[in-house]
Write a protein that binds this ligand. Structure first.
Ligand code: AMP
Length: 114
């Protein structure tokens, strides 16, 4: 755990969140500022600041997070149409430096993303 990390604090229960799923590896909770009717953040318990910081040893973990994110999208009722987004770095829109997969669904998405 990184003591300065917001998502580590959410994972530890030190900051409240609307959790939709958790297991020994992955935690998922609703985004506090939703950009679609379904907007869930799926995070590994392990603190990895950006996806580019992951090592080869983390590859199975990231696969598990992505798999779980898709299952959560299905459970949320948006399994046939959703977007899975990982922002890497401030210029790409990353504001919390703990790897997270956004699951956005329930509205039509534009392309390319802004
Ligand atoms: P990103 O900008 O890709 O790093 O995404 C970070 C996301 O975390 C944003 O969509 C924020 O709305 C969301 N967020 C920030 N603080 C909280 C919080 N306390 N609980 C849930 N989501 C949060």
């Amino acid at each position: 755990m990184d003591e300065t990390c917001l998502f580590c604090k959410i994972i530890a229960g030190e900051i409240s969140s609307d959790k939709v799923y958790e297991d020994e590896t992955v935690v998922a909770f609703r985004d506090i500022n939703p950009q679609a009717s379904t907007h869930v953040l799926v995070v590994p318990r392990k603190h990895i600041p950006r996806i580019v910081d992951a090592t080869e040893d983390d590859s199975a973990l990231l696969g598990e997070v992505a798999y779980r994110a898709a299952q959560i999208a299905r459970k949320e009722g948006v399994g046939d149409s959703f977007r899975m987004v990982v922002n890497n770095g401030a210029d790409a829109g990353q504001s919390v430096f703990h790897v997270h997969f956004h699951i956005l669904g329930g509205r039509r998405m534009g392309w390319p993303p802004g």
